[in-house]
Design a protein around this ligand. Structure first.
Ligand code: SIN
Ligand code: MN
Length: 219
C-alpha cells in the first residue's frame, strides 16, 4: 500500500482552489481563510448543529474527562469512552448526527480539491483551560485522505510534530478564520492545542474557541 505521502491524488488541490499561506512539514496553514462574515455564518451553522446534537463531555480511553466539549455532524461522529476511540452513527442521545452542512463541505472542496464530501465534521469547543494533548488522527480507515481543521473564536497555540511522539515540535498561534490541512507527512503527525488565549476574539458571545475537524472516515 502506498503511503499517505505517495498517494497525493487524494490531496491534490483544484487548479482554482485556495493556496496555503505557509506549509510546515505537511501542515498547510491557510491564514485568514474565512473573513469575519464567513466566520459569523459558520458560528450560526454550528449553533444549528448543536441544537440538534448538543455538545457533550467525553472521557478519554483512560477514563479521564476531556477538557473540550464536542459534538459532530455528518454520516459519522467521533466518540470516545473507556472502550476506546471510535466513529459512531449516532449522538449519545440515540439521535442520528445532523447532516454535514453545505458551508463546511464547500470549504473542504476549496482547500483540498477533493470532489467527495467528508463523512465527519467533529466540533470541539474550548473554554477556559481546555486543551488537546498531543495525538495522531488515526481512527480512520484510509490515511491517504487529508484532514481539514477550521478555527473560530479565541486564538489557539497549535503544536505540530512528526510521526513519532518524541519528534521535535513547532508551535503557531491559530486565529479565528484560519484553516489547517493535514496532508502528506503531516497526515499522521502528532499535533495538539496547548492552550487558548481567552478573550482574544469577540466572535463567540460567551468567548472560547470552536474547532471543526473534517475527515473522510472510510471504515
Ligand atoms: C484536534 O486535532 O483534534 C483539534 C485541533 C484544534 O483544535 O485545532
Ligand atoms: Mn487531531
Amino acid at each position: 500500500m502506498k503511503s499517505a505521502r505517495d498517494r497525493s491524488s487524494n490531496s491534490s488541490r483544484a487548479p482554482d482552489g485556495a493556496k496555503p499561506t505557509v506549509t510546515i512539514r505537511g501542515f498547510e496553514i491557510f491564514k485568514g481563510y474565512l473573513d469575519s462574515a464567513a466566520q459569523s455564518e459558520l458560528v450560526q451553522v454550528v449553533r444549528g448543529v448543536a441544537q440538534k446534537a448538543p455538545l457533550f463531555s467525553p472521557v478519554t480511553r483512560f477514563g479521564k474527562p476531556m477538557s473540550v466539549q464536542m459534538t459532530s455532524a455528518g454520516r459519522l461522529g467521533w466518540y470516545s469512552d473507556t472502550s476506546g476511540y471510535s466513529y459512531r452513527d449516532r449522538h449519545p442521545s440515540g439521535a442520528p448526527w445532523p447532516n454535514l452542512p453545505e458551508e463546511v463541505s464547500e470549504i473542504w472542496t476549496d482547500v483540498t480539491g477533493i470532489d467527495r464530501t467528508p463523512d465527519c465534521c467533529l466540533i470541539n469547543f474550548y473554554r477556559g483551560n481546555a486543551r488537546m494533548g498531543l495525538h495522531q488522527d488515526k481512527d480512520e480507515g484510509d490515511f491517504s485522505w487529508p484532514v481539514v481543521s477550521i478555527s473560530l473564536g479565541d486564538e489557539a497555540l497549535f503544536r505540530m510534530g512528526g510521526i513519532e511522539r518524541s519528534d521535535k515540535t513547532e508551535s503557531i498561534w491559530l486565529s479565528s478564520g484560519d484553516i489547517v490541512v493535514l496532508t502528506g507527512e503531516a497526515r499522521l503527525a502528532f499535533h495538539g492545542v496547548d492552550r487558548i488565549k481567552q478573550g482574544s476574539s469577540q466572535l463567540l458571545a460567551q468567548g472560547g474557541r470552536l474547532n471543526l475537524t473534517l475527515r473522510i472516515v472510510d471504515l
